[in-house]
Design a protein around this ligand. Structure first.
Ligand code: HEM
Length: 186
C-alpha cells in the first residue's frame, strides 16, 4: 500500500484524536510510523493500524475503514484539487475514478495498485459499483464515496448488497445521492 494512504490515516487520527492517539496506535500495531508519501509499505501494517484504531474507537474494523475513507476525502481534495474541480456533483466525480483518478494516481505513485470498479446504472436509479480486490477494502470505497458527497454538499446513501466477506464473488455497492438541504434552501 502506498505511503500516502498511511499519511492520510495519520492526519485523520491526529486531527480527530490528537498526537498521542497516533503514537498509541503505532505502539499497538508494532510499527515505526515512518511513511513517505511515495514509498510502499506492507498491507499488513495498514491492517494492524486500522485494527488498533477500531479497538480504541470501539467500532468494527470495517466501520473504522469507512470512517477513515470519509474523513480522508477533504485531505485528498486539498492535495489533488483537479480531480474535484472538474465536477460539480458527486456521481460524475465517482464515475471518473476508473478513467481519470486512479490512472493519474498510478502515474504519480508508481507501484500503486488501485482498484477498477465495474459501473452499472440500475433501472432503480442507483449507480451500482462492482468491486473486487485482494485487499478487500470495500468499506474504504464506501467511505470515499460518502466523503466525496460531503465535499459536493450532497448525501450519499450507499448500500452494500453483496460482499466477498459474506462469500459473494464480488462486492457490490449501490449509490444514491441526495442534495443536502441547507438552511438557505429552506
Ligand atoms: C470515490 C472515489 C474513489 C474510490 C471509490 C476509491 C477507492 C479506492 C479503494 C477501495 C482503494 C483500496 C485499494 C484496493 O481496493 O485494492 C483505493 C486505493 C487508492 N486510491 Fe482510490 N478511490 C477513490 C478516489 C481516490 C482519489 C480522489 C484519490 C486521490 C489521489 C485516490 C487515491 C488512491 C490511492 C493512492 C490508493 C492506494 C493504492 C495503493 O497503495 O496501491 N483514490 N482507492
Amino acid at each position: 500500500m502506498k505511503g500516502i494512504i498511511f499519511n492520510l490515516l495519520e492526519e485523520v487520527v491526529i486531527h480527530r484524536h490528537g498526537d498521542a492517539a497516533w503514537d498509541g496506535l503505532l505502539d499497538q500495531a508494532g510499527v515505526d510510523g515512518a511513511y513517505t508519501s511515495l514509498g510502499s509499505y506492507p498491507d499488513a501494517e495498514l491492517e494492524a493500524l486500522l485494527g488498533a484504531a477500531a479497538t480504541v474507537l470501539h467500532v468494527q474494523p470495517d466501520e473504522c475503514l469507512r470512517w477513515f475513507g470519509r474523513e480522508a476525502m477533504p485531505l485528498l481534495a486539498e492535495r489533488y484539487p483537479a480531480f474535484f474541480t472538474a465536477h460539480n456533483t458527486t456521481l460524475p466525480f465517482v464515475l471518473s475514478v476508473n478513467s481519470i483518478i486512479h490512472p493519474e494516481v498510478r502515474k504519480i505513485h508508481p507501484g500503486a495498485q488501485c482498484p477498477t470498479f465495474r459501473f452499472e446504472h440500475g433501472t432503480d436509479g442507483a449507480l451500482y459499483m462492482g468491486y473486487r480486490s485482494p485487499r478487500r477494502m470495500c468499506s474504504l470505497a464506501q467511505g470515499f464515496i460518502e466523503g466525496a458527497a460531503d465535499h459536493f454538499g450532497e448525501t450519499a446513501i450507499v448500500e452494500h448488497p453483496r460482499c466477498t466477506a459474506k462469500g459473494d464473488p464480488e462486492c457490490l455497492l449501490s449509490v444514491r445521492v441526495e442534495v443536502r438541504e441547507t438552511a438557505d434552501a429552506l
